[in-house]
Ligand binder design. Structure first.
Ligand code: PLP
Length: 425
């Protein structure tokens, strides 16, 4: 039998370069193990993970409870397709709808699929319930949105790299400025054929843009007034990341005391993904109440893997961890601490202009051009100093550690970050 030689990081990067499509530009680090807030590279060097797989690993790497649920289910039954019932799906559907306070869930796998599902539900609702003439429905979206990578979703992106040469594009979308309530009101009044408003409660990929206070509540109110569905894409902001169970809380069953500090905004359609599985498995979902979800009938929509028993078992465990370990509250407290520590540094800094965010979804803005490589170089230096983060643009670095972090670890991370930034002053 051939003895497998352990490959170096350099060799492993070479393999990806040679055999994989170049659709990403990763930081030059090869990870081979993870536990809680830490990951280790192929040579055994330990790092703090400050990206959490774009907020998919909120519960920490390889959470034992999630891994146990996954392995148990994987040894029992993995996939039946929805041609048959399975004994985990119904249980999960009851659990997740009660957890977030909606009548129904439509289970999918990836975030983009869930966004597509929400758009389809919204259009069908518009024709069958609102009476919009066939093929005339319009959905309002925001500038600088990120909702995934499918052909329809990139049709309403304004990132040229994500769009160019992927046309022809799907029509039926109106783009307005984010965090501009007048622009929303104007768009809603512009036509009788508006079906929905799709929005990220905080724009993550765009650079962690937090809208002004009450923007979401006012937007919801306007949507209600115009009979338009308010669709929240909480794929990145959901599941405790921003210091609450959801960034748009609504009447979820969450007992988090910080929720009451913000207005209640219950989306008509809620889109979840990423941390819904704690990063163990692709699990996404669309939640809505019966008057909306009932437009979906057998044959209208589906997915071979959506709602499979492993996904159901994993998601239940992942959501239990959020409540058992009070991760929303922890994200709230550590987020406040992180921003206040960073602000102390920023006062004396010429390289960082500001820190913004909510809970443990934060970003710093670097004092350089959007197309500079300063943020990239800082991330490489952070890596050398034992902390992994990724720029979202040439001058923005997002900081989103797993929510299972403790105060001592967070302060150690602030130390690594500020010492690294010092090298660039
Ligand atoms: C990541 C993300 C998506 C897409 O999720 P995938 O699982 O990568 O398809 C959609 N919306 C938002 C807000 C996201 O952050």
């Amino acid at each position: 039998m051939a003895v497998l030689e352990k490959k170096s990081s350099e060799q492993l990067i070479e393999l990806e370069n040679k055999y994989g499509a170049h659709n990403y530009h990763p930081l030059p680090v090869v990870l081979s193990r993870g536990e809680g807030v830490y990951v280790w590279d192929a040579e055994g060097k330990k790092y703090y993970d400050f990206l959490s797989a774009y907020s998919a690993v909120n519960q920490g790497h390889c959470h034992p409870k999630i891994v146990e649920a996954m392995t148990n289910q994987a040894q029992t039954l993995t996939l039946t397709s929805r041609a048959f019932y399975n004994d985990k799906l119904g249980e999960y559907e009851k659990f997740v709808t009660e957890y977030f306070g909606f009548d129904k869930i439509l289970p999918m796998n990836t975030g983009a699929e869930a966004v597509e599902t929400a758009l389809k539900i919204c259009r069908k609702w518009a024709y069958e319930k609102k009476g919009i003439p066939e093929n005339e429905a319009q959905i309002i979206v925001c500038e600088n949105n990120f909702h995934g990578r499918t052909t329809t979703i990139i049709s309403f992106s304004n990132d040229p790299v994500a769009r160019q040469n992927f046309g022809p594009y799907t029509s039926g979308f109106i783009k307005i400025e984010y965090d501009n309530i007048d622009a929303l009101e104007q768009a809603l009044s512009s036509s009788k054929n508006i079906a929905g408003f799709l929005v990220e409660p905080i724009q993550g990929e765009a650079g962690v843009y937090v809208p002004s206070e009450n923007y979401l509540a006012k937007a919801k109110e306007l949507c209600e007034k115009h009979g338009v569905l308010f669709i929240a894409d909480e794929v990145q902001t959901g599941i405790a990341r921003t210091g609450r169970l959801l960034a748009t809380c609504g009447d979820c069953s969450c007992e988090d005391k910080n929720c009451s500090k913000e207005p209640d905004v219950k989306p008509d359609v809620l889109i979840l993904g990423k941390a819904l599985s704690g990063g163990a498995y692709p699990v996404s979902a669309v939640l809505a109440d019966d008057p909306i979800m009932e437009v979906i009938r057998p044959g209208n929509h589906g997915s071979t893997f959506g709602g499979n028993p492993v996904a159901a078992a994993v998601a239940m465990a992942a959501l239990e961890v959020i409540k058992d370990e009070k991760l929303a509250e922890n994200a709230y407290v550590l987020g406040e601490l992180f921003r206040s520590e960073m602000n102390k540094y920023i006062e004396k800094s010429s390289i960082v202009t500001l820190v913004r965010g909510k809970g443990l979804l934060n970003a710093i803005v670097i004092n350089d051009d959007e197309d500079s490589d300063t943020a990239w170089n800082i991330c490489v230096a952070l890596k050398d100093n034992g902390l992994l983060a990724k720029p979202t643009h040439g001058n923005i670095i997002r900081f989103a550690p797993p929510l299972v972090m403790n105060k001592e670890q967070l302060l150690e991370c602030v130390d690594i970050i500020t010492k690294t930034l010092q090298e660039f002053e």
